[in-house]
Design a protein around this ligand. Structure first.
Ligand SMILES: [Fe+2]
Length: 189
């Protein structure tokens, strides 16, 4: 469903040629009356140009694990900024019914995709390297792992939109049919 605000955003971007700022994205998500489609979310993040200054309140790193900073959330979608030191990575997971799009703000992200085989369990499928400005989407029921490779030698900052917002995720292990549940850690500790 295309809302009035979506149309306005599209029109203004066409007329002015202006990329979407972080506050434009917050406004677009806030105007949703239903879960936005993966294609729509991808288009928003592909047309975004977010300054370091706008992102500053959501940038912070911790040792041991990546840090998730929530920018906004409603019943239809949420946006987060994730900050990763070299070597930080997610578990292998799917989004348990949500689709998600990631834009690399700075640094290098490795994305690994997996397939679930009823007999063999979880198998490696493909891997990609994403760098500054790249946008990648995960549909339902894609299984993947994201991370900042140890060998990058630099921090990674990524911007994520999930629709609907993430709840409990399913996690997997390579070569195993076992599926566990996982709640992403939003704490600062
Ligand atoms: Fe994910």
């Amino acid at each position: 469903m295309s809302t009035h605000i979506e149309s306005t955003t599209e029109v203004s971007a066409q007329i002015t040629g202006r990329p979407l700022s972080l506050s434009d994205l917050v406004a677009a998500l806030g105007a949703q009356k239903a879960v936005p489609a993966l294609e729509q979310v991808f288009e928003w993040l592909e047309n975004a140009e977010i300054s370091d200054k706008e992102l500053e309140p959501y940038v912070g790193f911790k040792e041991g694990n990546y840090w998730r900073h929530r920018v906004c959330r409603n019943e239809f979608a949420e946006m987060l900024v994730l900050c990763w030191r070299p070597g930080h990575r997610t578990p292998i997971h799917d989004h348990n019914g949500s689709h998600g799009v990631v834009r690399v703000h700075d640094g290098v992200m490795w994305e690994t995709n997996f397939a679930f085989d009823e007999e063999k369990g979880l198998c490696y499928k493909s891997g990609q390297e994403r760098s500054r400005g790249d946008v990648t989407g995960a549909d339902v029921p894609d299984i993947h792992q994201l991370g900042n490779p140890e060998v990058s030698g630099k921090d990674l900052i990524t911007i994520h939109i999930y629709a609907p917002p993430l709840g409990v995720l399913k996690t997997y292990k390579v070569g195993s049919p076992e599926i566990d549940l996982y709640i992403p850690d939003d704490s600062a500790a």
